[in-house]
Design a protein around this ligand. Structure first.
Ligand code: ADP
Ligand code: ADP
Length: 233
């Protein structure tokens, strides 16, 4: 589980000195083994919150606990082991093959090559890409949906308990999106990761989220199951 305690990100306007709170006094629990959709309009602080969890952005106040440990006291490698990250712009390395892309983190962590090889094949199967057919291809030879599948496989490669996803289906056409959402639901059904999924799409949040956290102007507006949210006026 991930716990945010009074999390804050303040930016001071360099011209006026006026403070601006991208995230303000945010206390929230993302339960273990569940998908929590972090929902809200553009600019409400979703990405900032997500990036504070993996410490790509430093909070100006508050704490983040991942599986009970304060992320501030974790070394970067320890954080990478615990947290996988999937973004809309994918960010696959174009000069590496699909399999090499998936193997990036295990290789970085110095895991045994033979184990990684087997793991890469397993992950490609898991996201619905036949390893023999796709493993040695370059990302540019794949469709957007297939590339995004590789992105998911890569994020799962080191088997982190936590997965952070920023608009993971946002760049896909509706058909590819539906297919990947289905595959993803199946994956989560088997793996039961703690997932935080940023989206501005309410249908997606209600469809995939076990819980939905609604942000408004950097603050928590609502938190509950999809049923809780639709029942409320
Ligand atoms: P969302 O992901 O919900 O669209 P963000 O978390 O990206 O929103 O941004 C929240 C707010 O913080 C926005 O108003 C954005 O303009 C502001 N913001 C983000 N980064 C910076 C920055 N480096 N300096 C000043 N303001 C920023
Ligand atoms: P090496 O020669 O050490 O395997 P590579 O650059 O060929 O190095 O591969 C880098 C990583 O990608 C390794 O961890 C390897 O296991 C993995 N890898 C490469 N090709 C495949 C493949 N076709 N199937 C599974 N894993 C692969």
């Amino acid at each position: 589980m991930i716990e945010l305690r009074n999390l804050e990100k303040r930016y001071d306007n360099p011209l006026t000195g006026q403070p601006f709170y991208a995230v303000k006094d945010l206390s929230l629990i993302f339960p273990s083994g569940e998908i929590t959709a972090l929902l809200g309009p553009s600019g409400c602080g979703k990405t900032t919150t997500l990036r504070m969890i993996n410490r790509l952005i430093e909070p100006t106040a508050g704490q983040i606990l991942v599986e009970g440990e304060n992320t501030q006291s974790l070394r970067p490698e320890a954080l990478r082991r615990r947290i996988g990250y999937v973004i809309q712009q994918i960010g696959l390395f174009p000069h590496l093959s699909v399999a090499q892309n998936v193997a990036t983190v295990p290789d970085l962590l110095g895991q045994p090559k033979a184990k990684t090889r087997a793991r890469v094949r397993e992950l490609l199967e898991l996201v619905g890409l036949e390893p023999g057919q796709f493993g040695d291809k370059r990302p540019s030879e794949l469709s957007g949906g297939q590339q995004q599948r590789v992105g998911v496989a890569r994020a799962l490669a080191a088997d982190p308990p936590v997965l952070l996803m920023d608009e993971p289906f946002g760049a896909l056409d509706p058909l590819a999106r539906d297919k990947l959402q289905e595959a993803f639901r199946e994956i989560q059904h088997n793996l039961k990761k703690t997932i935080v999924m940023v989206t501005h799409d309410i249908d997606e949040a209600l469809k995939l989220g076990d819980k939905v956290a609604l942000l408004n102007a950097g603050e928590l507006a609502q938190f509950g199951t999809p049923d809780d949210l639709v029942r409320r006026p």
